[in-house]
Design a protein around this ligand. Structure first.
Ligand code: AMP
Length: 286
């Protein structure tokens, strides 16, 4: 617990866009060599005026609920929730030149190139920085070892939360996922009742239904079909599982087995993060 408490404390300040911005003008290969060449003269991230905000990463298979819990924590901790999947979907919905190329990759359940992801992330961080944002909870990034290594070179991650859920439930959750096309909020129409099986405990999750003003505007993500979800899970095992090991070796990972839906999982997650008091104090001053 002492180690976790230490991780929860924001450490020195940083501006990670500084390095992303400098480095992302060309390809990731250039990014890596640029960063490597600066390795011995990395900017000092400690902010003489004070400490920086939380810099956390959420890992976990597609459909596990990274977005839901990262977004709740972002509100609680006052740091932006940055989901690279959202950045990709924003780019997809624009009529930019990248859009058609991205649609083909995303709709097959494959990963977008590191170069594109770093560019989108860099732009998002830069926009946030100009609005005075600091800290972040990253969701869906890093997803490859290369992304993790580059992130590691440009800034320090305080904590990595690895969310876990049985695979049959993950598939059901992805298939039940809906988004309001107007307000962008996410819902889930799946009513999950997975039986105990091969030592895995039974699990129930109530649907997360939309309010009436959203219910007529629901859309399903094009990559939330059974075939594509299964491919995304396969890609996760192949490319992203090594990222878990990367952070495990650094002693930064907190494993969290979701016990059920939001009502069961949220209080337990806060407890595991030592944040129950934080929520009580915040609601007391709200
Ligand atoms: P998500 O909403 O996180 O499931 O992301 C949707 C899709 O966006 C993924 O299936 C990938 O095609 C792409 N994507 C999101 N984040 C990344 C990333 N860090 N690296 C590569 N591709 C990504």
């Amino acid at each position: 617990m002492a180690a976790l408490t230490r991780l929860l404390k924001p450490s020195s300040s940083s501006s990670i866009t500084f390095l992303f911005r400098r480095s992302l003008s060309s390809t990731t290969t250039a990014v890596v060599s640029d960063i490597e060449s600066q390795h011995n003269q990395r900017p000092n991230f400690s902010d003489p005026k004070g400490s920086r905000n939380f810099q956390w990463v959420f890992l976990g298979c597609p459909g596990v609920g990274k977005g839901t819990y990262a977004s709740r924590l972002s509100t609680l901790l006052g740091v932006p929730h940055i989901a690279t999947g959202d950045l990709v979907r924003e780019e997809l919905s624009s009529s930019g030149p990248l859009s058609r190329q991205l649609a083909e990759i995303v709709n097959q359940g494959k990963l977008v190139s590191d170069e594109i992801i770093f560019n989108l992330l860099s732009k998002r961080l830069e926009a946030g920085e100009s609005k005075g944002e600091s800290g972040f909870i990253l969701d869906g990034f890093p997803r490859t070892i290369r992304q993790a290594e580059i992130l590691d070179e440009v800034t320090e991650i305080d904590l990595v939360v690895n969310l876990k859920l049985r695979e049959d439930v993950l598939v059901e959750k992805c298939l039940g996922r809906r988004i309001c096309s107007q307000c962008g909020k996410g819902f889930n129409v799946a009513s999950i009742n997975a039986k105990e099986e091969n030592g895995r405990p039974a699990m129930s999750m109530a649907p997360l239904l939309p309010p009436s003003h959203c219910s007529t505007k629901l859309i399903t993500r094009a990559d939330d079909t059974e075939h594509v979800v299964k491919e995304r899970l396969r890609v996760y095992q192949e490319k992203s599982q090594p990222v878990e090991d990367f952070y495990r070796e650094q002693g930064k990972i907190m494993e969290f087995d979701l016990p059920g839906g939001i009502p069961e999982s949220w209080p337990k997650l806060l407890e595991a993060l030592n944040l129950e008091d934080y929520e009580v104090k915040r609601s007391a001053v709200a």
